[in-house]
Design a protein around this ligand. Structure first.
Ligand code: PLP
Length: 394
C-alpha cells in the first residue's frame, strides 16, 4: 500500500483562505443584491497593455505559419527576452548579469517554491512573519518543519528586523513585502548580505513588487548591494509589473558566483523538470520593454499606486494606523488593541460590505492586522474607503 507524504499534514494556512471564500459565499447567498467591494485579492484587474496584446497576436500568427512556427524553445528562456531583462532591469541600475544567470519561468510562485530543492533537507530556514505563505509551505512539504525559524516583521521593529544572532542556511526576504506593503532600505539589505556572507547563508530575495518602488534611492534588486551575487538568488515576475497574472511569465537570477554550483544545479533542475515558457508569452513579456510597453505598464502601476494612496490617506485621516502602500500595492491596517483579524473580517463584511484579508492568514505576527489591496477599480476603492470611514464603529 502506498504511503503519502506525511509532511502535507503539517500544512494549515490554506484553510483560512478557503474559509474566507466560504464566508463571502455565505454572505452573498444571504444578500443576492448586496454590493460587495473586494479589496482582498492579490490579483491585478486592469487589462493587458496594448503593446502586450499586439505582441501576443503577432506571436500567435507566427505560430500558425510553417516558416515561423516554433516548438520547444530554450529551457532557460529566449535570448530576446533575457537580454531585455538584463538591459532594462539590471544594467540600467548598475548590475551586470550574464545571460546564463537568468532563468525565465512561468511564475515566481513556482520558482520560490521549487528553489528549496537545491538545498539539503536539514537546512535551517529563516522566514519572516507575517509572510507570503509559499515560502513556509514549500519547506513544510519538503519536510523542513523542524528547521523553520520565524523572524517577526512588525511595526515594533519598523518591519525591518536585524538579522538574528544564530546562523541560518536559507533566508527568505520579500521586498516590497506581501502582506505588509513595507520595503527594505539599502542599509537593511546590506546588513542581510553581510550576515549571509558571514554565516555562509543564501538569501532568497523575492522582488515580485519591485515595480511599485517610488523612492529612487531604494534598491530594486538585491544585486545593487555589493557582493550580493555571492549570496543571493532573486525572483522577479511580470505578474504585478505588467498584469501577467493570467499570462504567466517571471524569471529568477541564480548568479554563477554563488558557492556550491547552485547556478549549474538550477539549470539542471529546470532542464529536467521544466520545458520553458511558451514563445507567445515570452514575446508578450518582451513587449513590456518596448518604449510603448514601458509607458503603458508604468501607467498601470501608477493607477494602482494612486488607489493605494486613496486607501492609505483615507484610513489615516480617519485616525486608523496603516503601514505600507507607498512602495507596494498593499496596505497593512493595524487594528485597535484586542481586535482579532478574523472576527474583524466578518465585521467589515457585515457593516461595510468590504472584503479584505485577515492578517492571521500570513502568520501569527499578522494577528491584529488586516491587508487591503490597491488592485481594485478607482471608484470602487474610493467607495470602499468612504464606507469604512462612515460606517465602521468599534
Ligand atoms: N511572490 C510574492 C511575494 C507574491 O505576492 C506573489 C503573488 O501574489 C508571487 C510571488 C507569485 O507571483 P507569480 O504570479 O509570478 O507566480
Amino acid at each position: 500500500m502506498f504511503r503519502v507524504n506525511a509532511n502535507y499534514a503539517e500544512l494549515s494556512g490554506g484553510y483560512l483562505f478557503s474559509e474566507i471564500s466560504r464566508r463571502v459565499a455565505v454572505w452573498k447567498s444571504g444578500h443576492p443584491d448586496g454590493d460587495l467591494i473586494r479589496l482582498g485579492i492579490g490579483d491585478v484587474t486592469l487589462p493587458l497593455a496594448e503593446p502586450v496584446v499586439t505582441a501576443l497576436r503577432t506571436a500567435a500568427d507566427e505560430m500558425g505559419r510553417p516558416e515561423t512556427f516554433r516548438g520547444y524553445g530554450p529551457e532557460q528562456g529566449y535570448g530576446f527576452l533575457i537580454s531585455a531583462i538584463i538591459e532594462h532591469d539590471y544594467r540600467a541600475r548598475g548590475v551586470e548579469l550574464d545571460p546564463d544567470e537568468v532563468f525565465v519561468s512561468d511564475g515566481s510562485k513556482c520558482d520560490v517554491a521549487n528553489i528549496q530543492e537545491l538545498f539539503a533537507a536539514d537546512s535551517t530556514v529563516l522566514i519572516g512573519d507575517p509572510v507570503y505563505p509559499v515560502y513556509r509551505d514549500s519547506n513544510l512539504m519538503a519536510g523542513r518543519g523542524a528547521f523553520l525559524r520565524y523572524l517577526p516583521f512588525t511595526a515594533g521593529n519598523g518591519f525591518s528586523p536585524e538579522p538574528p544572532e544564530e546562523p541560518a542556511d536559507l533566508i527568505y526576504l520579500c521586498s516590497p513585502n506581501n502582506p505588509t506593503g513595507t520595503v527594505l532600505s539599502r542599509a537593511a539589505l546590506t546588513r542581510w548580505v553581510e550576515y549571509a556572507r558571514e554565516h555562509g547563508s543564501v538569501i532568497l530575495f523575492d522582488a515580485a513588487y519591485e515595480a511599485y518602488i517610488r523612492d529612487p534611492e531604494l534598491p530594486h534588486s538585491i544585486y545593487e548591494i555589493p557582493e550580493a551575487k555571492e549570496v543571493a538568488i532573486e525572483f522577479r515576475s511580470f505578474s504585478k509589473t505588467a498584469g501577467f497574472t493570467g499570462v504567466r511569465c517571471a524569471w529568477c537570477v541564480v548568479p554563477r558566483e554563488l558557492p556550491g554550483g547552485l547556478n549549474r544545479m538550477w539549470q539542471r533542475r529546470q532542464t529536467t523538470k521544466f520545458n520553458g515558457v511558451s514563445y507567445v508569452v515570452q514575446r508578450a513579456a518582451r513587449a513590456v520593454y518596448s518604449e510603448a510597453g514601458r509607458r503603458a505598464v508604468a501607467a498601470q502601476v501608477s493607477y494602482y499606486m494612486d488607489n493605494a494612496e486613496i486607501i492609505r490617506r483615507g484610513l489615516s485621516e480617519a485616525g486608523f494606523t496603516v503601514y505600507g502602500g507607498v512602495h507596494a500595492p498593499y496596505i497593512w491596517w493595524k487594528l485597535p488593541e484586542g481586535v482579532e483579524s478574523m472576527p474583524f473580517f466578518d465585521r467589515l463584511l457585515e457593516c461595510c460590505q468590504v472584503v479584505g484579508t485577515p492578517g492571521i492568514g500570513f502568520g501569527h505576527c499578522g494577528e491584529g492586522c488586516f491587508r487591503l489591496t490597491a488592485f481594485g477599480d478607482r471608484e470602487r476603492t474610493r467607495e470602499a474607503v468612504g464606507r469604512i470611514v462612515e460606517r465602521l464603529r468599534w
